[in-house]
Design a protein around this ligand. Sequence first.
Ligand SMILES: [Fe+2]
Length: 238
Amino acid sequence: MATTSECRPQIPRSEVNAILQRAAAFCREMNFHLPPFAYWSPERWEQAGPEYDEIRRNRLGWDVTDFGKGDFARIGLALFTIRNGHPEALGETDKTYCEKLLIVEQHQVTPYHYHRKKMEDIICRAGAKLCVQVYNPAADDSLDRERPVAVSVDGRRSEVPAGTIIELHPGESITLPSFQYHQFWAEGGTSLVGEVSKVNDDEQDNSFLPELGVGRFPDIDDDVAPLHLLCWECAGDE
Ligand SMILES: [Fe+2]
């Protein structure tokens, strides 16, 4: 979450704005259309009444992170959550699923993490290939470098050696069950990646490899005004 901390590197809002402009342009280039609220200004959000609470409550919209490392080009990710449920409201009328779009730049790593509950399909939709590296977690939450990993790539199950890098070209996907470490990056350019999963809960569900010292949310320095609000800002969180 965008909290202030003196020891964490900050990402300037001007950089977040540029990342969002680049991400939106790449979606247009790939002919992937985002919903209208992707282009709303902060002023437009102020006018949006309670009829838009699903967007706020379920954290839809833009999401940019440098994983707290201050080096977005190397360790970072821009995302857009298109739809989601709420982790604490899984009644019959609530969505039990989530769909995201991930804009993964060349050699830009989303660092090792597993999900405690969420199962997700990561889909290379268009653009450059996506490389996904998988491990099982060891008992101490480090990478288990011995135990083979059970994977399912486009519906084909197999067992691969620990640390295998699975290359996904446009149209290909991998299913990542809970408690399976994964990191990913693009090679050859920017990759437009889809994620289809169970309900997403970025507050509770992500377990990053401890030795990396990363966090899920960035610390933003508002050197300029935001072009678009990020999903937790739409929700009115700090
Ligand atoms: Fe993940």
